[in-house]
Ligand binder design. Structure first.
Ligand code: ADP
Ligand code: TYD
Length: 207
């Protein structure tokens, strides 16, 4: 018999340790839950990964703010349709490295007038929120040093610099206040295993 799964997201500025924590949570859950799906945005399904390349490569001003918002939502719609909803319905715990809060904060920080449209699009074409969102909070200078050290070639957003990252950090903190029951702020400037232990304790309380 299948039961509904659960949906968790990790959010935060670039280099804060989201991917690390998403992976550690997926590993830590295996003894407790048979099916765990680890995924990411932008991307997470074949179509959305194609759209990802349009979003993360190239010049920072490659797209207009509205076009960029539509591309993030097109990618997310495919990810939700093809992966997130079917897996949750099949009893999986789905863990995503970024979701809609990244759009609210990144696209909202660059262009505040985009926030209203982001919320409207989310309601119309996405329509799902995580059961819990872990916001990994981190000093931008330290996070940026971690992120740029990777030199992945996907630096379209990271190249926007430290002042922008500081604005994003404030954006994520504001979002946590806006959605106090869904979002939890986690101090990311600690050893990986300490952060992972705190996240796992919160997740275990929900399963
Ligand atoms: P994000 O997904 O938020 O961009 P990553 O998980 O890829 O961040 O981590 C960025 C870099 O920082 C990686 O090199 C990773 O190994 C390192 N890292 C992650 N978490 C920690 C931590 N708690 N302490 C020190 N370094 C970390
Ligand atoms: P990601 O691969 O998570 O970058 P990182 O591991 O460096 O944190 O995401 C790529 C970039 O896309 C990142 O700078 C954040 C940005 N982004 C948005 O601007 N809006 C969104 O909705 C999402 C999902 C990501």
């Amino acid at each position: 018999m299948s039961r509904r799964g659960l949906f968790f997201s990790f959010e935060g500025i670039d280099g804060s340790g989201k991917s690390t924590q998403a992976r550690l949570l997926a590993e830590a859950l295996k003894p407790f839950w048979t099916h765990v799906t680890l995924t990411r945005e932008p991307g997470g399904s074949p179509g959305a990964e194609e759209i990802r390349r349009l979003l993360v490569e190239g010049a920072p001003n490659r797209w207009s703010p509205t076009t960029e918002l539509l591309l993030f939502n097109a990618a997310r719609r495919d990810h939700v349709e093809r992966v997130i909803r079917p897996k949750i319905a099949d009893g999986h715990i789905v863990i995503t490295d970024r979701f809609a809060d990244s759009t609210r904060v990144y696209q909202g920080a660059s262009h505040p007038e985009m926030r209203r449209l982001a919320d409207e699009l989310h309601a119309e074409v996405i329509g799902i929120e995580p059961d819990r969102t872990f916001i990994i909070d981190m000093d931008p200078a330290r996070a940026l040093a971690r992120g740029l050290a990777r030199r992945s070639g996907e630096d379209r957003f990271e190249e926007m610099g430290e002042a922008f990252q500081a604005k994003l950090r404030d954006g994520f903190r504001d979002l946590a206040q806006e959605y106090p029951t869904r979002c939890v702020v986690i101090d990311g400037d600690r050893p990986e295993d300490v952060i992972a232990g705190e996240v796992l304790a919160q997740v275990r309380a929900l399963i």
